[in-house]
Design a binder for this molecule. Structure first.
Ligand code: AHG
Ligand code: MN
Ligand code: MN
Length: 414
C-alpha cells in the first residue's frame, strides 16, 4: 500500500483523523508536479477544451447508428483493447480514460484468477475484520480491494478512489494526469464465495467535478471537503460504468455512454474478447429476483406488487418465475440478458435497503439505461439521486423498462 495515502479525505468534510502531516499529503496530491502532463485535479483551459471536444465528438458518435463489428479474417480478434482504441479514435473517450479502463480490466483478470483458485490457495473464509459498514470482510474482499487499488494507482490516471472496503475516499499519490475518480465494489456477493457460486466486481468512473478546481485552493480543510464532493456525484455524471462476472466464464460488461458491450475472457490468451456487442435488455421479462425472505418487512406497496407477480390469473395462467443468487452482479447479468427485474427494496429495519448508491446502484443503473432498461429507487431515477455520503444506501429496482415501470405503478402511488 505504499503508493496510496490513506485517510486523506473525510466524508463529513472534517479532518477527524487527518494529522497535519496527512493534510500535507493531500496537498501534494492536489498540486501540479514537475514532469506530470497535468497536475492532479487540474482543470486547465486546454484540458477543459480537450474534454469538451471529446464530449462533442461523443455526442456525434452516440447519434450515429452502431456499426456491426466486421472481421477480415477468421483469426482476427476483437478484444477490449481493440474496442478501446476504436472508441478513442471516434472520440467517445480520451486516452486517459482508456488507460483507467484498461487498469480496471487488469484488476478483474487478477481477481478472476484469485476467485478461481480460492479453495486451493487458502483464500476462502473470513479475514477477521469488519468494514466501516459493519460487515464481516472475507479474505477475498480484502485481497480484491488491494488488487483494485494497486492497478488503479499504477496506471497513473486515477486521482481519488472510493471502495466498499475503505472507510473514506482515498487519494492516489502517484498520478500523472487525468485524475479520474473511480468508485468500486471489489468483490460483490462475497458471501457466495466459499460455495463456488458466481461473484463479481462493480465499478464507476467520474471526472473530477469542474465546479471544484482543487488546485486553486489554499485551505487544506476546504480542499478535503471538495475531495469528498468530487467523489459524491450523481450517477448521471458517470463517464463509464461496468461490472465483471466471475462465473462459468469471466465476463466484463461495460458502458461509456454509447450502448453496452460485453467481453468474455479467453483464458487461453488472457484477453477479454468482444462477445456481446450492443447489448439490449428485453423490454419485458417474466423473471423476478428479490430476497423474498424479507417480504414481511417490506412496505405494503412492494408486497402488493410481489403478490401480483405470483397471481396466475393476471398473467394468462403462468405467473412470474423467481431466480435469486444473492450476488447482484450475477442476478443483474441474467436480468440484462434474459429480461425481468431485480429488486432490493427498503424494509422496516433498513429504510434504504442494503445496496450502496455510489458503487453498486448507480453503475448498474447506468448500464441498465444504456441497454434500454431502467434503474429506479421506486420513486425516482437512481442516476438522479445526489449522494450525501460515500456508503449511502438506496432501494434498487432495475431491469426491463416495462417491468420497472410496472413496479413503480405500485410504489409511486404511496
Ligand atoms: P457485497 O458482497 O458486496 O457486500 O454485496 C452483497 C449484496 C449483493 O451482491 C446482493 O445482491 C445482496 O447483497 C444480497 O443480499 P441478501 O443476502 O440480503 O439477499
Ligand atoms: Mn456488493
Ligand atoms: Mn463487496
Amino acid at each position: 500500500m505504499a503508493a496510496i495515502a490513506q485517510r486523506t479525505v473525510t466524508q463529513a468534510g472534517v479532518a477527524t483523523k487527518a494529522s497535519r502531516k496527512e493534510v500535507v499529503a493531500v496537498r501534494a496530491v492536489a498540486q501540479p508536479r514537475q514532469g506530470s502532463v497535468a497536475g492532479a485535479f487540474t482543470s486547465s483551459p486546454s484540458a477543459v477544451a480537450a474534454r469538451r471536444s471529446v464530449v462533442a465528438k461523443a455526442a456525434a458518435a452516440v447519434e450515429a447508428p452502431a456499426k456491426p463489428v466486421t472481421k477480415s479474417s477468421q483469426y482476427e480478434l476483437f478484444t477490449l483493447t481493440t474496442w478501446l482504441l476504436k472508441e478513442e479514435m471516434k472520440g467517445t473517450i480520451d486516452g486517459e480514460l482508456a488507460t483507467v479502463i484498461s487498469s480496471v480490466a487488469l484488476a478483474c483478470k487478477q481477481i478472476s484468477s484469485l476467485v478461481n483458485r480460492a479453495g486451493i490457495s487458502n483464500l476462502t473464509g473470513v479475514a477477521g475484520n469488519q468494514n466501516v459498514q459493519g460487515e464481516d470482510q472475507k479474505k477475498l474482499d480484502v485481497v480484491s480491494n488491494e488488487v483494485f487499488k494497486n492497478c488503479l494507482a499504477s496506471c497513473g490516471r486515477t486521482g481519488i478512489i472510493a471502495s466498499e472496503e475503505e472507510d473514506q475516499p482515498v487519494a492516489v499519490e502517484e498520478t500523472y494526469s487525468g485524475n479520474y475518480i473511480v468508485v468500486f465494489d471489489p468483490l460483490d456477493g462475497s458471501s457466495n464465495i466459499d460455495a463456488g457460486i458466481s461473484v463479481g466486481s462493480i465499478f464507476g468512473i467520474y471526472e473530477p467535478s469542474e465546479e471544484c478546481p482543487l488546485d486553486a485552493m489554499d485551505d487544506p480543510q476546504k480542499m478535503m471537503e471538495q475531495c469528498v464532493m468530487n467523489v459524491c456525484q450523481p450517477g448521471s455524471r458517470l463517464k463509464c460504468a461496468g461490472y465483471c462476472l466471475y462465473s462459468s466464464s469471466t465476463v466484463l460488461v461495460i458502458t461509456i455512454g454509447n450502448g453496452v458491450f460485453g467481453f468474455t475472457m479467453d483464458p487461453l490468451i488472457g484477453e477479454f474478447v468482444l462477445t456481446h456487442p450492443n447489448v439490449r435488455i428485453p423490454e419485458v421479462g417474466k423473471i423476478y429476483s428479490f430476497n423474498e425472505g424479507n417480504y414481511a418487512m417490506w412496505d405494503e406497496s412492494v408486497r402488493a406488487y410481489m403478490d401480483s407477480l405470483k397471481d396466475p390469473s393476471k398473467w394468462g395462467g403462468k405467473p412470474y418465475s423467481a431466480r435469486y443468487i444473492g450476488s447482484l452482479v450475477g442476478d443483474f447479468h441474467r436480468t440484462l440478458l434474459y429480461g425481468g427485474i431485480y429488486g432490493y427494496p427498503g424494509d422496516k429495519k433498513n429504510k434504504n435497503g442494503k445496496l450502496r448508491l455510489l458503487y453498486e446502484c448507480a453503475p448498474m443503473s447506468f448500464i441498465a439505461e444504456q441497454a434500454g432498461g431502467l434503474g429506479s429507487t421506486g420513486v425516482e431515477r437512481v442516476l438522479d439521486v445526489n449522494p450525501e455520503k460515500v456508503h449511502q444506501r438506496v432501494p434498487l429496482f432495475i431491469g426491463s423498462k416495462k417491468e420497472v415501470e410496472y413496479l413503480e405503478s405500485f410504489t409511486k402511488k404511496h
